[in-house]
Ligand binder design. Sequence first.
Ligand SMILES: NC(=O)c1ccc[n+]([C@@H]2O[C@H](COP(=O)([O-])OP(=O)(O)OC[C@H]3O[C@@H](n4cnc5c(N)ncnc54)[C@H](OP(=O)(O)O)[C@@H]3O)[C@@H](O)[C@H]2O)c1
Length: 265
Amino acid sequence: MSAFRVALITGASSGIGAGFARVLPAATHLILTGRDRDALSSLARDLARPGRDIAIVPADLATDAGREAVIAAGERAGVDLLVNNAGLGFFGPVHRNDAADERVMVEVNVTAPVVLTRALLPGMIERATAPGARRAGVIMVSSISAFLPVGRLATYASTKAFKLHYAQSLAADLSGLPVDVLALCPGFTATKFGERSGMRPWMFHRAATPEQVAEAALAGLGRRPLVTVGSGAVLAPLAQRFLPRRLMAAGVVAAMKMLKKQSGT
Ligand SMILES: NC(=O)c1ccc[n+]([C@@H]2O[C@H](COP(=O)([O-])OP(=O)(O)OC[C@H]3O[C@@H](n4cnc5c(N)ncnc54)[C@H](OP(=O)(O)O)[C@@H]3O)[C@@H](O)[C@H]2O)c1
């Protein structure tokens, strides 16, 4: 893989986003964004190398102001790899979940990647079309939950289904242009996600590491439109293909109830 010039990674303050930052070659300049300024600064210090520019952009992607700050940083630096990774989920039945939490999931998981991608793509295409330039890339971090109806994570899983369809449709829009699009569907991955979303660790005991997920994505970008990786990554697409949807929905909700019982949430 020849190195991208500038990668913009959302949700770089922990988990899979930080994994991307860690596995990208040192020749790639980085724009790291998330809300946690200290975590971003500490990662930037770890990854500093002579000649490498690393910008941190603390920003809340649930807000227009936060999204605009990230876009401005991406345009200024001439980004050629956009990793739409930031995301969050809240565990529980829709009618009992906090209404504001339900809305934030859509803002961060759906609105932000759509707004960032639309704003940054024209410049990415223009730069990638210049003589001698390398291809640009967009990675949309979806989830294996995109393949299934997921009671107790209904809004979250639906935002991930949106991202999967958006990535696949965007790839069709960009065919013939020098920009590769990848839909990344991780299975269980060892990050803060499980705890933050209200789940407890037992489902994550065979989880992939964030770096394994990021490496699989970067290896797949430009070669395949979809990468599924980590535990559950084989089963979910198969279930989607072969099981009736009603059966899948019942099976997943039974598993989720078990999860609730074990976790006490
Ligand atoms: N872990 C898994 O098992 C798994 C499986 C499939 C898909 N995924 C997806 O992977 C992506 C990364 O999650 P992760 O597992 O690495 O979890 P994580 O460790 O909790 O990281 C989530 C990242 O998203 C950022 N973020 C959340 N809300 C934000 C907001 N309002 N504004 C800006 N940034 C925000 C967080 O940054 P701050 O806290 O600094 O704001 C953090 O950097 C998500 O899209 C998730 O859906 C995870």
